[in-house]
Design a protein around this ligand. Sequence first.
Ligand SMILES: NC(=O)c1ccc[n+]([C@@H]2O[C@H](COP(=O)([O-])OP(=O)(O)OC[C@H]3O[C@@H](n4cnc5c(N)ncnc54)[C@H](OP(=O)(O)O)[C@@H]3O)[C@@H](O)[C@H]2O)c1
Length: 126
Amino acid sequence: MSAQLEKKAAYMAGFAHGFRRQMFNSVPPIPADVDLAGKTVLVTGANVGLGLECARHFLRLRASLLVMAVRSLAKGEAAAAGLRADFPDARIVVWELDMASFRSVQAFVERCRRELPQGGGCMRRC
Ligand SMILES: NC(=O)c1ccc[n+]([C@@H]2O[C@H](COP(=O)([O-])OP(=O)(O)OC[C@H]3O[C@@H](n4cnc5c(N)ncnc54)[C@H](OP(=O)(O)O)[C@@H]3O)[C@@H](O)[C@H]2O)c1
C-alpha cells in the first residue's frame, strides 16, 4: 500500500470522516425515469431491514420479477406475503441463500443460471 493510500484509508476509517459524511453527505436522488418493467431484480437479505425496503422500492419501480434471496425460507415467505399484498401484480419468488456457506452460494448461482431469464445484464449491485 502506498503511503498516500495508507494515510487516506486511516482518515476514512476515523471519526472525522464518519462525522463529516453523516452530517454533510446525502444520498443522490433516484432519477425519476427509472422503470424496471421487464427486469429481474435479485435482493439478498431481503426478508428484513434494508434488503426488504430495497425490494419494496424495486417493486414500486415496476420490476417484473423479484428474487428474494434469504437464509430462512420461512422468514422470506413471511416478508414476501407482505410484499405480495402491497403489489398484487408483482412476481415474487423466495430462494434460499446462506452467504456464509460456499455450498449454498454455489447452489444459488446454479439456480440463477437455470431459472432466471438470461441476457438481461446487471443494473447495479446493492
Ligand atoms: N454503511 C452504512 O452506513 C450502513 C448503514 C446501515 C446498514 N449497513 C449494513 O447494511 C446491511 C443491512 O443492514 P440492515 O440494518 O438491513 O440489517 P438487518 O436488518 O440485520 O438485515 C440483515 C439481513 O441479512 C441477512 N443475512 C445475515 N447473514 C446472512 C447470511 N449468512 N446469508 C444470507 N443472508 C444473511 C439477514 O437474514 P436473517 O433475517 O435470516 O438474519 C437479514 O435479512 C448490514 O450489513 C449493515 O451492517 C450499513
